[in-house]
Design a protein around this ligand. Structure first.
Ligand code: PLP
Length: 402
């Protein structure tokens, strides 16, 4: 089927939640490159929104999926599952957590984390249920995750939101302190707000929030759905800060493209989940966990996380050179291969995304008119330089037209 045929089917049969999609359908990918139906190549700087950390067709991931699919794709959580136990062990051995629960998406991992935090205090006989989150955060589209999301535009069409969530300005420790009540059970944060426009939490803020949690007994939940799995140059972004969260949520890169989410928690918190507290039909199934094992071991064994830090440094430096050249670039920020370039409101980020796509580069525009770059961690220096040259050309034209 050609692209026009696919678009016609989509328009007729698919719910229109994604509006006007970019008019391309991909057929296959290799490393950091995607190919459309006509064979045109696109270098991918979005990775399915921080999902395809190993790029496309990585032999370790493909082999793990194929070999698990030949044996057993799914079996219920009524039984013990070898790949689930092994994937949990890997996450625990490489984080500050002690136990894992597998879900199927980021929103679902966050829902589980919210339940876990409430149950932790309920078991102590305390009625603490309120979660403080940050303005401009993004935690997912299910109802509680949406209530945690500090962006009214996503919530408004679905009010009333589930009660028990309060969002306060990001990077404002005083605002967090003032929002704490006797009912507060957790503070839930992204360390880099991804969807909100690649906005980094400051060191003082993160350390201050951790200290607040330790002083008050409130739990610290870090949503590492986007920042996790090596994306920022460490396996988890919290490892940049010398802190120990009580709960971490993951998804996106964890399965390298196979849907899987996870909650990692400290033992004292994790033990609040008892038989019957939580569950999932698909969560942690043999296939998804085989993929997660392949992703984690490949990231660790092939030096991809250090490589991400190095490539990220080069990429950020080249983006900063563009910022010094064009006055409509307001800021360059981010860590590792999670980078953002904020543009003046007079320049359309969406038009730049379209122009880059025409020239064979996939980029994305997130909150605050910010171009967001999330390439696979296997991206090469040449690919980064290619994108920079392409952006330079697009920016030059914009500057001339202004
Ligand atoms: N949390 C963060 C930080 C995210 O960036 C996202 C998705 O963009 C989510 C949660 C929701 O994840 P999912 O779309 O897998 O439900």
């Amino acid at each position: 089927m050609d692209i026009q045929g696919i678009i016609a089917l989509d328009k007729k049969y698919y719910m229109n939640t994604f509006g006007q999609r970019l008019p391309v359908a991909f057929e296959y990918g290799k490393q950091s490159t995607l190919y459309d139906k006509e064979g045109k190549a696109y270098t991918d700087f979005v990775s399915g929104i921080a999902v395809n950390v190993l790029g496309y067709g990585h032999p370790a991931l493909v082999e793990a999926i194929v070999s698990q699919a030949q044996k057993l794709i799914h079996c219920s959580n009524l039984f013990y599952i070898e790949t689930q136990a092994e994937a949990a062990k890997l996450l625990v051995e490489n984080s500050c957590g002690d136990r894992v629960f597998f879900a199927n998406s980021g929103a679902e991992a966050n829902e589980g984390a919210i339940k876990l935090a409430r149950k932790y205090f309920r078991d102590k006989g305390m009625n603490k249920y309120e979660i403080i989150t940050a303005v401009n955060s993004f935690h997912g589209r299910t109802l509680a995750a949406l209530a945690a999301t500090g962006q009214e535009k996503y919530q408004k069409p679905f009010i009333p939101m589930p009660p028990g969530f309060k969002s306060v300005p990001f990077n404002d420790l005083k605002a967090v302190k003032n929002a704490i009540t006797d009912n507060t059970c957790a503070i839930m944060l992204e360390l880099i707000q991804g969807e909100g426009g690649v906005i980094e939490a400051t060191h003082e803020y993160v350390k201050g929030v951790e200290q607040l949690c330790r002083e008050t007994g409130i739990l610290l939940i870090l949503d590492e759905v986007q920042t996790g799995m090596g994306r920022t140059g460490k396996l988890f972004a919290y490892q940049h800060f010398d802190i120990q969260p009580d709960i971490i949520t993951l998804a996106k890169g964890l399965g390298g493209g196979v849907p899987i989410g996870a909650i990692i928690a400290k033992e004292n918190v994790a033990s609040a989940f008892e038989p019957g507290s939580h569950g999932s039909t698909f969560g942690g199934n043999p296939l998804a966990c085989a993929a997660a094992i392949a992703v984690i071991t490949t990231l660790l064994n092939e030096g991809l996380i250090d490589r991400c830090a190095q490539m990220g440094q080069h990429f950020k430096q080249r983006l900063t050179c563009l910022k010094n050249k064009y006055s409509f670039i307001k800021d360059v920020r981010g860590k590792g291969l999670m980078l953002g370039m904020e543009l003046d409101p007079s320049v359309s980020g969406k038009e730049i995304v379209n122009a880059a796509l025409d020239q064979g580069y996939i980029i994305n525009c997130a909150g605050h008119n910010t171009l967001r770059f999330l390439p696979p961690l296997v991206v090469t220096r040449q690919e980064i330089d290619g994108l920079i040259d392409t952006l330079d050309g697009i920016f030059k034209r914009i500057a001339e037209e202004a």
